[in-house]
Design a protein around this ligand. Structure first.
Ligand code: SAM
Length: 303
């Protein structure tokens, strides 16, 4: 695939590069904010699963403009630095990472926790949905330690068969839970975002890192029958904006002339780097003897 055909096929990918965002995901957070005013009065925020960093870029721009903004970004992968963003490299499902994040907010809680985390998708839907739910619960667990009362939590969810259980868990902690689908998120994807506002844990609730999965301690009887929790579904992003499932000609309808723009910040050390190098050398499908494949000297990714 030529480098321009991706621009044609995915207008948000193209616009992200042209607007200096590290990833097209930036538009999802911007469209969620348009609908829910997520950044209003926010001065401290956590961006979980943040690499390559477009949500952190949005956060630092939006919060930075409101005074002494402060953003902590966390990811398994290394991320190029961003002004005003403190980075932690680690796995959010690990106790050590959770402790490091929480430590940072001791005495001055966060107003907003966002999580755009996605596991490496296997294509086995039940497994993918389960992994996604675990990531969301790990993020929620961290949020219960760092959020101030009334704070907001936004997390990617997969709208699979058991998503109602997740909504019920979220409703235990937030006065309002909605499911939102930004225009820049493809209709063909089961991805959506849980937007949870008004952090209000149950009376007497004490966040506990040793019980990361919150599904055992509370009564989820609401799940049964007609009283099961059904959250409102909201589509967001201006309906006149680009449709993420369509291809657009390279010269856009607004009259702007096409000029190829390279990615704003290529990933530092992506997990697929080794596979790309092997493919480039024609070694991907072949059996490789260790002496033929000097992994320590892998080339950098082709742009
Ligand atoms: N919001 C990001 C942006 O705008 O640039 C894009 C996030 S990307 C869709 C998903 C990220 O989740 C990947 O960078 C991946 O490394 C991260 N991730 C997945 N599982 C994780 C985990 N257990 N702990 C930390 N990060 C994780």
């Amino acid at each position: 695939m030529g480098r321009t055909s991706k621009d044609k096929r995915d207008v948000y990918y193209r616009l992200a590069k042209e607007n200096g965002w590290r990833a097209r995901s930036a538009f999802k957070l911007l469209q969620l904010d348009e609908e829910f005013q997520l950044f209003q009065d926010v001065t401290r925020a956590v961006d979980l699963c943040a690499a390559p960093g477009s949500w952190s870029q949005v956060l630092s721009q939006k919060i930075g403009s409101q005074g002494s903004g402060h953003v902590v970004a966390v990811d398994l992968q290394a991320m190029a630095p961003l002004p005003g963003v403190l980075q932690i490299q680690g796995d959010i499902t690990q106790l050590s990472t959770a402790k490091e994040i929480i430590q940072h907010f001791e005495g001055c809680p966060a107003d907003l926790v966002v999580c755009d985390g996605a596991p490496d998708v296997t294509g086995l839907h039940d497994v993918d949905e389960y992994m996604q739910a675990q990531l969301l619960l790990a993020a929620l667990n961290i949020a219960t330690h760092v959020l101030k009362p009334g704070g907001c939590f936004v997390a990617k969810i997969f709208r699979g068969r058991d998503v109602t259980l997740i909504y019920s868990q979220l409703r235990v902690f937030f006065s309002s839970v909605l499911c939102a689908k930004p225009r820049s998120s493809r209709n063909s994807s089961i991805e959506a975002f849980a937007v949870c506002q008004g952090y209000d844990p149950p009376h007497g609730f004490l966040p506990d890192l040793t019980k990361p999965l919150l599904d055992h301690s509370y009564d989820f009887n609401q799940l049964d029958g007609p009283t099961r929790i059904i959250v409102p579904f909201v589509t967001c992003g201006d309906l006149s904006s680009y449709d993420s499932d369509r291809s657009y000609p390279l010269d856009l309808e607004d009259g702007s002339e096409y000029k190829y723009t390279p990615p704003t910040q290529p990933p530092i050390s992506p997990p697929y780097q080794e596979a790309c190098t092997l493919k480039k050398k024609g070694w991907l499908a072949k059996e490789i003897r260790p002496q033929d494949c000097p992994i320590s000297t892998v080339d950098t990714l082709p742009q």
